[in-house]
Design a binder for this molecule. Structure first.
Ligand SMILES: Cc1cc2nc3c(=O)[nH]c(=O)nc-3n(C[C@H](O)[C@H](O)[C@H](O)COP(=O)(O)O)c2cc1C
Ligand code: SF4
Ligand code: FES
Length: 561
């Protein structure tokens, strides 16, 4: 029996009695529908986001009644369910009397590479040309297809080099699903000797020897922080089990698409690397967190994890694939862990570090997808596959995601000592009619550098003296036809949208910066004061680095601001 059918008085006082407790009442119909949808899935709190996806996928939105029913079913407060559902951009909450979104959503990427390629004009044309009752047009942050900008997501179909005509044709033919790339499946990977190294290690391997190999290769965290990869393993092992491994496949830093590049081609190299790392730290479960913007990758991984289970290489459930829900901040490792636990992606205060207190409070090894791809290669081919390359005094290789005003955007695996000129060269030179003016070396967090700084290796540590850093090696090239000021504003708009709001310097600082940066002339002393507060007093890397585009634009492009 639902609560609203119960009789009783929930508040005393003459004439003031209520038959129900305060708050939204449970609807029996919504509850029944929800239970049918969940079937025999476990009623675990950490699966909250997965279940919100189930409802959103089934009905196209989240009704308040379904949220209330989900709270009941998971034994959570409505507040907890609501705060999670409203945190993530890919969930649409619809209350009574509100109109649900139309069946079709077009998300137009307006991050830097797409903006350079005309995203604003495309969005305006779509808004004018589409019937809002049938199609809704939303702006969205980078979708990791920057090499084919401008990009829109129609349902789950990413349309590259998007035009109104292409989008209309896709709508007319019902082409709204993810397109699957050709990739190396489990059988193909086995034929190349895949998983034999893992099996050898599991049979009689020495984890410390493997860690030494990884350290000798020079492999550093490719999620952006550049922490020596092998060294993390002993930190995690120093804490008593049970331990977990969590893979960061959130890849939200605008301009970055290298993880998608590898996952859509050779997913098993990453999976073998992950299983080797899991073996090394004796992880009980491997969580793989993949952004919702990568539906094809999610399908590939579901299939290939099933193949690993069928082959007996992992026990069912050992790999737990999780789907993000449209929040860049979930790429920050502690926010990702919160999200894996079914919560809002709010970065945690440190210490304790995730190696000590991670998923469910247990020691957790967090690695980026590409880092694990290289763990497999180092274990299979030896450390020389990385440290055997040397250029400009730097050792190793770097996967640069290159977009913007170059002739052939894409992912290029180059020596880590490559300069911006080498990177532009690899991408076929500048696009026709464009002259090199500036570049973002590693996502918006790294700011903007002028073309005159063209002899610095784009590697870890080399850009710090310039108050920048390589991060995820997301290189966006600007030309004489672009405005550095507009590019910096684009970056700050992104940070303003994606700030989790937890700390005031970041939440208010990004918003205030965007307002100040829209002026014809920037109030530079005020912006500098703001930058200092954000860099000094924000909890996580988003707020700490959001000032980089502002400061570097003031320093290198004073005429524009
Ligand atoms: C705001 C912010 C966003 C981040 N986004 C990502 C991301 O999308 N993918 C990623 O692997 N690391 C990201 N990181 C870095 C992670 O916090 C973490 O350092 C990384 O996942 C560790 O793995 P690695 O050592 O293999 O690089 C981000 C960090 C910050 C501060
Ligand atoms: S710096 Fe920004 S994103 Fe990071 S915790 Fe604070 S408000 Fe959230
Ligand atoms: S997909 Fe648009 S900037 Fe990356």
């Amino acid at each position: 029996m639902a609560l609203d059918e119960k009789t009783g008085v929930w508040k005393s006082g003459k004439g003031r009695g209520r038959k129900t407790p305060k708050g939204r009442q449970l609807s029996d119909t919504a509850w029944e529908n929800l239970r049918a949808l969940l079937g025999n899935r476990p009623r675990r709190r950490d699966l909250l986001i997965e279940y919100l996806h189930l409802i959103q996928d089934e009905y196209g939105f989240l009704s308040a009644d379904h949220l209330r029913a989900l709270a009941e079913e998971l034994r959570l407060s409505m507040a907890e369910v609501y705060e999670v559902a409203s945190f993530y951009a890919h969930f649409d909450i619809v209350k009574e009397g509100e109109t649900p979104p139309p069946d079709l959503t077009i998300r137009v990427c307006d991050s830097l590479s797409c903006e350079l390629a005309g995203a604003q004009a495309l969005k305006s044309a779509l808004e004018q040309g589409m019937d809002p009752a049938k199609v809704r047009v939303l702006r969205a942050p980078c979708m990791g297809h920057c090499d084919t900008a401008p990009v829109v997501e129609l349902g789950q179909n990413h349309i590259d080099h998007a035009t109104v005509a292409k989008i209309e044709a896709a709508i007319a033919s019902g082409d709204t699903h993810a397109h699957m790339p050709d990739y190396q499946e489990f059988g193909g990977y086995l034929e190349t000797g895949g998983y034999s190294r893992l099996l050898e290690l599991r049979a009689n391997g020495d984890w410390e020897a493997v860690q030494e190999q990884v350290l000798a290769s020079g492999l550093r965290g490719l999620g952006g922080a550049g922490f020596p990869s092998g060294r993390k393993w002993s930190f995690v092992r120093a804490n008593a089990g049970p331990r977990y491994l969590a893979v960061n496949g959130d890849e939200g830093e605008p301009g970055t698409f290298k993880d998608r590049f590898y996952l859509e081609r050779v997913p098993h190299l990453f999976l073998e690397g992950m299983l080797i790392a899991a073996w090394a730290v004796e992880a009980e479960t491997c969580f793989i967190y993949i952004r919702d913007e990568y539906p094809a990758v999610l399908t590939i991984l579901r299939r290939e994890i099933a193949a690993l289970e069928a082959a007996g290489l992992v026990a069912p459930g050992f790999i737990d694939l999780r789907r993000g829900a449209g929040a860049y901040i979930c790429g920050e490792e502690s926010a990702m862990i919160e999200s894996i636990e079914g919560k809002r992606g709010m970065p945690r205060h440190r210490p304790p570090f995730v190696a000590q207190v991670g998923v469910f409070g247990r020691p957790t090894l967090v690695h980026n997808v590409e880092t694990l791809h290289w763990v497999a290669r180092v274990c299979r081919e030896g450390p020389e596959c990385l440290n055997g390359t040397e250029k400009n005094g730097r050792k190793g290789l770097r996967s640069y995601s290159v977009s913007g005003r170059v002739a052939n955007p894409g992912v290029f695996l180059l020596p880590a000592g490559s300069t911006i000129l080498d990177v532009i060269d690899a991408a076929g030179g500048m696009a026709e009619g464009h002259r090199f003016k500036a570049y973002q070396p590693g996502g918006p967090s790294s700011g903007l550098l002028p073309a005159s700084i063209n002899d610095v290796p784009l590697d870890f540590d080399t850009l710090q003296p310039l108050d920048s850093f390589i991060g995820s090696a997301a290189v966006v090239v600007l030309s004489d036809q672009d405005s550095a000021k507009a590019a910096a504003l684009n970056m700050l708009r992104f940070f303003e949208d994606e700030s989790c709001g937890q700390c005031t310097p970041c939440r208010v600082g990004c918003e205030k910066a965007v307002k100040l940066m829209q002026a014809d002339r920037w109030d530079q002393p005020l912006l500098e004061e703001l930058c200092q507060a954000m860099a000094d007093a924000s909890i996580c890397g988003l707020g700490q680095a959001a000032s980089n585009p502002i400061r570097l634009t003031m320093r290198h492009f004073p005429d524009e601001v």
